[in-house]
Design a binder for this molecule. Sequence first.
Ligand SMILES: Cc1ncc(COP(=O)(O)O)c(C=O)c1O
Length: 483
Amino acid sequence: MDQGQTPLLATLVEHNQGCPLPFHVPGHKGGRMVRDDLLDLWGPSVFTYDVTEVGNFDDLHAPDGAIARAQELAAQAVGAAHTFFLTAGSTAGLLAALLAVSAPGDKVLVPRNAHRSVLAGMVLSGAQPVFIWPPLDCDMDVAGPLALETVEHALSRHPDARVMVLMHPTYFGCVGETQAIIALAKERGMCVVVDEAHGAHFPFSSHFPASSLTMGADVVVQSWHKTLGALTGGAMLHCTGRGKEMLGRIRAFLRMVHTSSPSYLTLVSLDVARSHAATAPQSRWRRVKEYYGQLRDILDGVTGVSVYPGVISAQDPIKLVVKTNDFSARALARELAKAHSIHPELATEDVCLLVLGAGDKDLLSASELGRSIHEAARQARRDNKRKGRFDASWLWERPSAVMKPRDAALSPSEWVPLSEASGRICAELVAMYPPGSAVLCPGEVLDVKTADVIGNMLAENYRFHGVGPPPEYRIAVVSKDRT
Ligand SMILES: Cc1ncc(COP(=O)(O)O)c(C=O)c1O
């Protein structure tokens, strides 16, 4: 197949050449029903290309035309047997994958730092999560990838687990023993689903860590909008190995959880991003790695900061994790934004995460970015921006689970102030956002210390999903008559 082809883009361009009069949805009618200021700002083409499933545009949920061809090209580009395009992010893919591979009561091994969509998938399917706890870097409150030994231990205690979910890489770009863990799961006949949301670029170059698609994973979900050129929400679900046998089930569940009006802007951006990535010279990806390496060297000489992790081979060079030693990394991020217009992806008290990419040298050279980080760090230290005093590592203590996530989430619930919620069973996932990993899952009991840490973090303006507004910060708990 010719990876230079972009069948979805071609169909759209051909359609628009005929100056079509849209007597169909969307209601903006190619921009005719849009306020002038927005039309001026965005230009008319956004609206003329925002079409829907009419004419030759194929149907995402039963494709046999341009979408089918675009998906085949994507599958070939990454080495999958089949690929589904998604316009509702990896979230939709992970929900459908969990529904397809696990039945009510099935044990699913899952890293505790899994994204909330993985846990939501288990609420929907009724599966029983068996959490595997990744190592926590206590200096930074950042969880690393799972260790093989921990997985072996979990499997010896739960030999009846049928499904393994892995995250490759972590939100912070770390990769671990994914290959060996998948091999172990396969030996046991388990189905392996990999959340590769942050690794869509992995299949395209050896300058990046290997994709789990090459390691025997069955279902792999990637957010192409995170590290490649797709519009926000553009993602793909790939099936290989045993995933091929589940195509029908996955398709059926995608029809349930995914919109029936997919954005063609996003679909076309996936088609073009695939062609762009698959035909790129290796020099494009090599430059990302070089840029990352240059930044590491520059930041080595900056007082008060270091780059995490120490071992480069375990790190995706698209994620630059800057650790601050004696001042708040949130102050560094604020200073970068205020004085340098540089907006990082995330900052906690200890780390500031910057997402790099193939076009970065056009944004800023590595030496300019390094200099800005240097100046921002010096300013934050001069302002004596100390780290917050709470110990977030407590959020990694193992809460006791007394109900299955599905049972707790579907039980009658009430919203109670955080200060009164200790001892109650959570009915909704509580997750710090970003990155979206669970602090408490439905069915787990909130204890006094955890409520205290969450309260302190909220006071420091950390954002949580599953917690109401101040001053009470109510959380959903299972009603007492149900416990
Ligand atoms: C590890 C991980 N998995 C899945 C998702 C969900 O991806 P999306 O935003 O494409 O729905 C995210 C989002 O941040 C994530 O960090």
